[in-house]
Design a protein around this ligand. Structure first.
Ligand code: ADP
Ligand code: MG
Length: 601
């Protein structure tokens, strides 16, 4: 049997309130700012950048847990400041509460240095450029051990040893050295890309990982840090400005994507930020150029009035709030979408500047030995399913030449068909593989969308209307967007609480599962900001749905049909990926081949 607890002892009593000793308070604050070695590197490098450094050298050992050093050639500090900067809430970057409303610097909280110094063995050496000598301050676990003159070069050097040595609980949370190192590397990469004008050196366990000189441009910096192959996969976002928002940078070509957000980089006034609204806008802008569940590659640089954004949301300053998130989203969508649409002209993902001097393939393969284009026995005539649309109203677009001779610049020569699915082609850069069905889908999709844009979406009355029941949230959304849905050829009206009646669907939709189709439409459209985007996205959903039904597997094409398919594909707005974001074309350049055959290291 349970003993009954005495009533009196149960009564809560007030507990004595005490102010925390300064070092404990710092450790508490450190818990928010200093999560792992990468956060130390972030704070120190931000300080260097705020101090106007043009060269920043970061050295770590054993993932940063045992040693971190950041050396800069920035303004440096005199002795008074070198001591003051270790006090909590000591900062040179803001003075009044008003300044907080428009932060121009990366730091402003005055918490990083005291926090770091309270959880490590810390040494600061600093010297202003016009001073004869510098100052060295050593701190351990928040307590100053010594202050003395030092003869280091002008600038600031901070060493952080034995991170969390006095917080064993925290230290236990650190991951393997390799993981912590990769966090540091990522953090530093963000800073270096956000500030191409500063030079960065990264040394890990006594090996130089990279030495990025001050770069003339963002692209140069991307090339230095992420490699030339990455730079070639990017489109430049031409400078865009509206409503005091500037957008520029580089984004992955359609079809370029990643499984994580690790390369979806967004910089706001020089600060790497994570913001779901911006991510959403990017997804909306890419739309069919991005596979479901994948993330785009971006180096998006947003510049805006610091008063229009609040960076004082999160101690690590990664999250931000915008005064007008809708305007920003529109700006991102518009600039990125334009970039993707105009970027098609330069398709050639792996094209090298100068084609390698290889003999033309025609000499290596005599004409009669060339593989047959198609397997005659198994061949069936393709039902051009996309002829469900009248083709005559589509003006013939200028397409690159498809010939039997060596390909002219920008043209293709069809070599054959692999596995009855992949069309092999040669272009000036090397080999091009085309996924026949993905190509097919893209062509059909664009024809359909063009028709909808010209003539609206024809609706088809249903013989038997049906109803859908939705959650209150979905139902509200539908009610507010009836006009848009109607324009998309969906006849829909309220039919009681949470229920809508559907009596017409877009003509092209084969009503296999109209309920599911509607749910797809609603899900796609719900997050979209503007009415015009909604309409366009709606058309895309309809067109992708139609394509999914219309394109068949295992269609064998005769040569003229192959030529036609390639011409139609290259005339598309976005020829290089299907409406679901999968690639239609893959380039394997001569350089890639040379590498594979070991001709080049
Ligand atoms: P915050 O950056 O938020 O001001 P910190 O604790 O990071 O707070 O730094 C405190 C102050 O120390 C800064 O405001 C700046 O004046 C000075 N400081 C820190 N690091 C450097 C540096 N590398 N070079 C020059 N001054 C620095
Ligand atoms: Mg700082």
């Amino acid at each position: 049997m349970l003993a009954r607890r005495p009533l009196l002892a149960d009564t809560p009593r007030p507990m004595a309130i005490r102010l925390l000793p300064e070092d404990v308070a710092s450790q508490v604050a450190a818990g928010e700012v200093v999560e792992r070695p990468a956060s130390v590197v972030k704070e120190l490098v931000e300080n260097s950048l705020d101090a106007g450094a043009k060269r920043i050298e970061v050295t770590i050992r054993r993932g940063g847990a045992s040693y971190i050093r950041v050396v800069d050639d920035g303004s440096g500090m005199d002795r008074d400041d070198a001591l003051l900067c270790l006090e909590r809430h000591a900062t040179s970057k803001i003075r009044t509460g008003l300044d907080l409303a428009a932060i121009m610097t990366l730091g402003f909280r005055g918490e990083a240095l005291p926090s770091i110094a309270s959880v490590s063995r810390f040494r600061l050496t600093t010297r202003p450029h016009d001073a004869l000598a510098g100052t060295e301050v050593a701190v351990a676990g928040g307590k100053i051990e010594h202050v003395r003159d030092s003869g280091e070069a002008p600038g600031t050097q901070i060493e952080v040893r034995s991170l969390f040595y006095n917080l064993p609980g925290r230290r236990k949370f650190l991951r393997t050295e390799a993981t912590e190192t990769s966090h540091v590397a990522h953090q530093l990469q963000l800073q270096a890309i956000g500030h191409p004008g500063a030079g960065f050196v990264f040394v890990n366990d006594d090996a130089v990982v990279y030495q990025a000189p001050p770069a003339g441009s963002l692209l140069e910096r991307i090339r230095d840090l992420c490699g030339a192959a990455m730079a070639e996969q990017l489109l430049e976002v031409p400078g865009f400005a509206a409503d005091g928002i500037g957008i520029r940078g580089y984004i992955g070509k359609p079809g370029v994507s990643r499984a994580t957000r690790a390369q979806e980089l967004v910089f706001l006034n020089g600060r790497a930020v994570e913001n779901s609204g911006i991510y959403f806008a990017l997804r909306e802008a890419y739309h069919t150029a991005l596979m479901k569940g994948r993330h785009p590659v971006t180096f998006l640089v947003i510049d805006m009035d610091p008063a229009a954004v609040d960076v004082n949301v999160h101690p690590a300053k990664r999250e931000v709030r915008f005064r007008d998130p809708a305007a920003l989203r529109e700006a991102v969508v518009e600039s990125v979408r334009k970039t993707i649409e105009t970027g098609r002209a330069g398709w050639s993902p792996n094209a090298r500047a100068e084609p390698p001097p290889l003999p033309p393939p025609a000499k290596t393969f005599p004409a009669q030995a060339a593989p047959p284009l198609i397997d005659e026995k198994e061949q069936v005539v393709l039902r051009r399913d996309w002829s469900l649309l009248p083709r005559q109203d589509i003006p013939p677009a200028p397409a690159p030449a498809v010939t039997a001779d060596p390909p002219p610049a920008g043209g293709f020569k069809i070599l054959g068909v692999l596995g009855k699915l992949y069309i092999l082609m040669e272009n000036a850069s090397g080999l091009v593989l085309v996924d026949q069905h993905a190509a097919h889908e893209r062509i059909l999709f664009e024809e359909l969308r063009r028709r909808m844009e010209d003539q609206g979406v024809p609706a088809q009355r249903l013989l038997i209307p049906f109803t859908i029941q939705s959650t209150p949230r979905d139902s509200d959304w539908i009610t507010q967007n009836l006009a848009t849905l109607t324009k998309m050829g969906i006849g829909i009206e309220p039919f009681g609480a949470g229920v809508h009646k559907i009596d017409a669907l877009p003509q092209f939709i084969r009503a296999g599962d109209p309920q599911q189709f509607l749910r797809d439409v609603i899900e796609e459209l719900r997050g979209v900001s503007s009415q015009s985007s909604k309409m366009r996205l709606g058309e895309d959903v309809i067109a992708t749905t139609v394509c999914r039904h219309a394109v068949k597997a295992n269609d064998y094409l005769r040569e003229p049909e192959l030529v036609r398919l390639i011409q139609d594909l290259m005339a598309c707005e976005l020829p290089y990926c299907c409406p679901h974001g999968r690639p239609t074309l893959i380039q394997i350049s001569y350089a890639d081949l040379e590498k594979k055959f070991g001709r080049k290291p």
